[in-house]
Design a protein around this ligand. Structure first.
Ligand code: URA
Length: 254
């Protein structure tokens, strides 16, 4: 088993360097055994967090299955998004206030009010994660980034961009289920940085090693969270084994 407290992650083989300097293959590399890895770092030391909770892994497997219906896929993505949000917000600061329970006063923890969030969905598949996270955090503000890939240049072109006016006073979670080539994520985060949020975290469901490397090389300051790292990209930029086109599966467009 791979230990917690990892200090390195190297492509092309997903190798985890554990604290005692031995090297082991990540159990999430094509699904061997039980995954308990947590923090890993790309070559340039950008922080990548593998959210490998067993419930998430189980639900993700159901999402991957070709026979899973659109309705079921939607529900699963929503459920996983709740669990992702739980992990991604784990280090949010608390303050204490005195409250009264029916039996006694107590100094009780509440979220520090200055921790204002904005969730940004990369259209269109980001909507699936957004819906789940909004259920857990109903009062957060929401932004959208729409990008398409120019078929000739393969460069992402922006067709929609809307974020709240006070985004510079907010911490930002950018969500997109699939980090494949990383081109859209890189471009979206580049654009979002220009709005000056307090911080940015990028959250996806599935990542390809190529996408992680690309994203971390361009945005080493943006922590990345993913529920799985798959094997590779195919020649069309799909994650293998992956789950297919997340947008199509979410909206039933194919
Ligand atoms: N986008 C998807 O929806 N699926 C992939 O496999 C890659 C990019």
């Amino acid at each position: 088993m791979v230990e917690k407290g990892l200090t390195g992650w190297i492509r092309p083989k997903v190798v985890v360097v554990v604290k005692n300097n031995s090297t082991k293959k990540s159990p999430l590399y094509f699904g061997e055994g039980i995954a308990i890895t947590h923090f890993i770092y790309s070559k340039n030391m950008a922080k990548v967090t593998l959210i490998d909770h067993p419930l998430i892994q189980h639900k993700l497997t159901l999402m991957r299955k070709v026979e899973t219906s659109t309705a079921k896929f939607r529900v699963l993505l929503k459920e996983i998004s709740l669990l992702l949000a739980y992990e991604v917000t784990r280090d949010f600061p608390l303050k204490y206030e005195v409250i009264k329970t029916p039996l006694a006063p107590m100094n009780a923890p509440v979220l520090a009010p200055e921790k204002k969030l904005v969730l940004v969905s990369i259209m269109r598949a980001g909507q699936g994660i957004l819906d789940g996270m909004l259920e857990l955090m109903p009062s957060v503000r929401v932004g959208h980034v729409g990008l398409y890939r120019d078929p000739k240049t393969l460069i992402p072109v922006e067709y929609y961009f809307k974020v709240p006016d006070d985004v510079d006073k907010r911490d930002m979670l950018v969500v997109d289920p699939m980090l494949a080539t990383g081109n859209s994520a890189v471009a979206a985060v580049e654009r979002l940085k220009s709005t000056n949020p307090i911080s940015i975290r990028f959250v996806c469901l599935l990542a390809a090693p190529e996408g992680i490397e690309h994203f971390c090389a361009v945005h080493p300051d943006v922590p990345l969270y993913t529920a799985a790292i798959d094997d590779h990209l195919d020649e069309h930029g799909y994650i293998i084994p992956g789950l297919g086109d997340a947008g199509d599966r979410l909206f039933g467009t194919k």
